[in-house]
Design a protein. Sequence first.
Length: 405
Amino acid sequence: MKGAIYAIGNEILEGSIVDTNSAYIAKVLSDFGIKIMEIKALPDDKELLVHQFMYALSNYDITITTGGLGPTFDDLTAEAVSEAAGEEFVFYENVYSSIVEKLSSRGVAIKETHKRQAYLPKNATLFENKKGTAYGFGVEKDKKWIISMPGIPYEMKYMFEDYVIPFLKQQFQLKQFFKKDLKFMGIPESDVDDVITKLNKPDDVEIIINVSKGMIIVRLRSYNYENLVLLADSLKKELRSFYFGEDDDTIESVVLRKLFERGYTVATAESCTGGLIAKKITDIPGSSKTFKGSVVAYSNEIKERLLNVQSETLEKFGAVSEECCKEMVYGCYEQFKTDVAIATTGIAGPDGGSKDKPVGTIFIGVKIKDDLLINKYQFSGDRDTVRERTANMAFKLLLEKLKED
């Protein structure tokens, strides 16, 4: 079953607002095995909307639109759907009565323009909006459906979950589509692809590989739960050295869980990451049970004063060095009196590099009680990417040490 999602509004195309609706809708629909063939932002242009909707009704089983259902002159979705589906554009007295009742209860003066929201395609299936005034609706043509909802995210989400999804389940007898996302770090995408090829995946399991900032996510999709689980288990076994979690797991949540299990506390001393590691830890509810604090030692002065990095070390080796990283992690360990300490120092860019230490040169230190590890890396990418990869690799190093502990 194929689908399309259209976000309507000039404000999206000019970048004034970000379309979060489409990603949410796509995720939910894909859970039911609906293959989303296109996601597109469309302008407030009736002729273009009609053309796009006619194309959708010819090519997709389900088309979802958001936006363009308000009372102003540029809200054209309902009229465009009517024309594309060959339906009359008619006034719904019951819809208008509902709108008047809601606006009156809020003390809003009723204007003639409010009637615009009560004009909808004839024979439409209506979806009530309990969070706003714009009704949603569905129109069928040749067993293909266009479902239109308001663009305000909280209005759309309520309508989608409470009315549209139950309607689609009944209309199309949707079956459950099983998903599992396996997460890996420290392995090239090509090596993952080689393993998948060797395993001879079942024909009824779809595989998507995503790569981002040192992470690889292998997304498995199937109606056949047994085959999906068998393939997932085989992949985890073959790539066990690089596997760290699945589905909603993040590398930091897995690390924090391991720290909880051992009753360990942790602190960070960060230079190039600027507190990013601490931020990722404290984003997790309950992290105060194990996280004690952080020093963002961006300047050499702070490295010396708060982490006891020796001036001789900085003069001889520089702040971006194994020697400095070692003293930073020891200083953090002593300062916070924790079981675990993490330190980072490096050159995130875009400037500051040299021939001997180019942009992307990073040192990461991890100390668990008496066990110390300092590693050097050369990361590519822009400033944000280098910092993100550094933070992720720090967690990976710590996870590996915890497995040995």
